[in-house]
Design a protein around this ligand. Structure first.
Ligand code: NCD
Length: 348
């Protein structure tokens, strides 16, 4: 099934063949994302980037991906500066913005917003986060990260043990990721959360129904053992009003826990932002020197993964390979001080 012209609202729209096609293209686009090569397949195209909720990574990553494909970007952030603050409906906004651009990326705090918006325009709409619902492009980049990390480690995607940790009830990234993990074979998905913040039952049932082993635990110290992947998440405090939820320091993923229980070849991920405030019990900065920590490889992977998606939705994926040329401007040979070993993983 071609993605051309489609709205991308849920990660369940990607089957395994589609994922493999997107990752093959994303691998080709890694040098473009790094500023080593140039393509202009979207020259003349316009992205409207509408973020009605806080974002750093997703907005900049989507915009950079579109710009690196040769397109242009127009954007608005927050509702205070838009006509939504004057009572305009999302449907009206969608119809109007659709007349200004070729692709829309939208984030909104309400779960139903994206469906309402997409129904009002034929211009493809990509969901960049709908409340506690989904975040399909994050799941795409997370799975693309796994494809590259497992490639580097000599592991297959199938048969892996993946631990999802933290606020699995409100975390939209893990909802979308669950759906993509079920596209592989014989996975063991371990959902590690306090009882009040567990993975929604329909997602546990979906994974079981597709033949995977699902385990539920509230004990990170036990559940992380033997995991190929530890995917930590932030407590989504903005999604529940004043209701205190017990979130003990057992959920803090730090060096002492990782050294005690994690595999030598574990991949430690997080969609970011991680909450670094005292008592937040999120992924700890004391892991920053540990090569198992893949969080910045993950953010880097967001650009080629989103480029592959945008090129596919706009029907120019087949033109990419023939369009590449060398970039001439200065770029450091790797981005972060600790990245050198991972930059050898380029496909060129
Ligand atoms: C996440 C989100 O907005 O859902 N961030 C992101 O897009 N990388 C995760 C979060 O806010 O905790």
């Amino acid at each position: 099934m071609s993605l051309t012209g489609k709205h991308i609202l849920s990660s369940d729209q990607f089957d395994r063949d589609e994922l493999e096609r997107l990752f093959e293209l994303a691998d080709v686009l890694v040098p473009v994302a790094r500023g080593e090569q140039v393509t202009r397949v979207l020259e003349g195209a316009v992205l409207a980037s509408l973020f009605f909720e806080a974002s750093t990574r997703t907005r900049l990553s989507c915009e950079s991906a579109f710009l690196r494909l040769g397109g242009a970007v127009t954007s608005t952030t927050g509702t205070g500066v838009t006509s939504i603050s004057k009572g305009e409906s999302l449907a009206d906004t969608a119809r109007v913005v659709g007349g200004y651009c070729d692709l829309v990326v939208m984030r909104h705090p309400e779960v139903n917003s994206i469906h309402e918006f997409a129904a009002a325009t034929n211009v493809p709409v990509v969901n960049a986060g709908n409340g506690a619902g989904e975040h399909p492009t994050q799941a795409l980049l997370d799975t693309f990260t796994l494809h590259r990390e497992f490639g580097r480690l000599g592991k297959t995607m199938d048969g892996r043990r993946i631990a999802l940790v933290g606020d699995l009830l409100h975390g939209r990234t893990v909802h979308s990721l669950m759906k993509l993990l079920t596209r592989y074979e014989k996975m063991t998905i371990v959902c590690v959360a306090p009882e009040e913040l567990g993975m929604p039952a329909e997602l546990l049932e979906l994974a079981e129904g597709r033949g995977h082993q699902v385990e539920v635990s509230d004990q990170p110290g036990q559940a992380l053992r033997e995991a190929d992947v530890v995917y930590a998440t932030r407590l989504q405090t903005e999604r529940f009003a004043d209701k205190p939820v017990p979130y003990s320091d057992d959920f803090r993923i730090d060096r002492s826990l990782v050294e005690r229980v994690c595999r030598e070849d574990a991949v430690i991920m997080h969609p970011l932002p991680r909450d670094s405030r005292p008592g937040a019990n999120d992924l700890s900065a004391d892991l920053n020197q540990d090569p198992r920590l893949a969080i910045f490889r993950q953010t880097d992977a967001g650009i080629p993964a989103r480029m592959a998606l945008f090129a596919s939705v706009l029907g120019v994926a087949d033109e990419i390979r023939g369009s590449l040329r060398e970039a001439r401007w200065y770029r450091p040979s790797f981005t972060g001080p600790d990245d050198a070993p991972f930059y050898r993983n380029s496909t060129r």
